[in-house]
Design a protein around this ligand. Structure first.
Ligand SMILES: Cc1ncc(COP(=O)(O)O)c(C=O)c1O
Length: 308
């Protein structure tokens, strides 16, 4: 069943229409990875692809991974387990709070075994000794790191470039994506192999992405990419009313849903850079919609349905 991951999953590319784009002479395209699959959507599909194929090859029937209580990765891994026939275990940061939020309720409903671990244990998730302890507790499993980022995930994300190349007659000048762990952007940078320009938009506060992505890229050095760190709105999952207004207006204008943690900040940042003439007139930009829409239900539950 997991072999169906190998099939082509080309997500559509759409042009965004807006007076701002016309007045600045910019072509803005959106790669709709949010439409790849109803539950395993966005960058999650690309990141899981080679991991699930490897798990199958290694004859592992259990996937174990880590995530926060609202994690898109937990949701997608639980869904992928159900679709492709793996048992799934999620080690979740913090306490179990009843009723479970929509992300965790869904994960449990589709069969993920949830275990809540202390924040101090969670910080040890990459520590070999801690992982040995986890193996002693849970037996054999295929380990997928937090956020799903590893070499196989980067390989999966790099395929986005080939896909776009086959869909368009010319490569866009700028390739933009949101950065959490930086795995998705690393894949795009690798796929482009030095061509065009790649812009990451940090969804978290801090300047660590530059170094993290350099490490994820390994030996190969590229100088055609940079990270924008000024559009995190206060940090991971933090927001301001201007971001929510932007997301709601974008939906009204384009009938495309963005979410507040990653893609809303990405598009807000792109529009702001366009307003400030960062992109030369005549530039084409491809922005990746990396999904994550499942998080809106939990967000709206906490913040009185502000995303419309
Ligand atoms: C919807 C969405 N977009 C973007 C990202 C950022 O991707 P990455 O962690 O590969 O940088 C994530 C997190 O994994 C995500 O869930």
């Amino acid at each position: 069943m997991v072999d169906s991951f190998k099939q082509s999953i080309d997500s559509p590319i759409q042009e965004i229409q807006h007076d701002l784009l016309q007045s600045k002479g910019i072509l803005l395209l959106i790669k709709r990875d949010d439409l790849i699959h109803p539950q395993v959507s966005g960058n999650k599909w690309r990141k899981l692809k080679y991991n699930l194929l490897a798990a199958k090859k290694e004859q592992q029937n259990t996937l174990l991974t880590f995530g926060g209580a609202f994690s898109n990765h937990i949701y997608a891994t639980a869904a992928a387990g159900k679709v492709f026939g793996f048992k799934t275990i999620g080690l979740i940061r913090g306490e179990r709070i009843e009723p479970l939020n929509p992300t965790l309720a869904y994960a449990e409903e589709v069969g993920m075994e949830l275990h809540f671990i202390s924040r101090s244990d969670y910080r040890k998730k990459e520590d070999i000794v801690y992982q040995q302890q986890v193996r002693a507790n849970f037996g054999n499993f295929y380990l997928i790191p937090e956020g799903g980022t590893n070499e196989r995930a980067i390989k999966g994300c790099s395929e986005l470039v080939e896909e776009v190349t086959s869909q368009l007659t010319a490569l866009p000048d700028y390739w933009c994506a949101s950065c959490g762990t930086g795995g998705t952007l690393s894949g795009i940078i690798k796929g482009l192999d030095g061509r065009q320009k790649v812009l990451g938009f940090s969804a978290l506060k801090g300047n660590f992405h530059q170094k993290d992505i350099e490490e994820l890229l390994g030996e190969k050095k590229y100088n055609n990419w940079q990270i924008n760190t000024q559009y995190h709105f206060g940090g991971y999952a933090k927001f301001k009313p201007t971001l929510i207004d932007f997301i709601n207006t974008f939906k009204k204008e384009n009938n495309i849903q963005l979410e507040p943690v990653y893609t809303g900040k990405l598009f807000y940042g792109i529009y702001d850079l366009i307003k400030n003439d960062y992109f030369p007139k005549g530039s084409s930009i491809l922005a990746v919609h990396t999904g994550g829409l499942q998080g809106i239900a939990g967000f709206n539950r906490r913040f009185s349905n502000i995303i419309t």
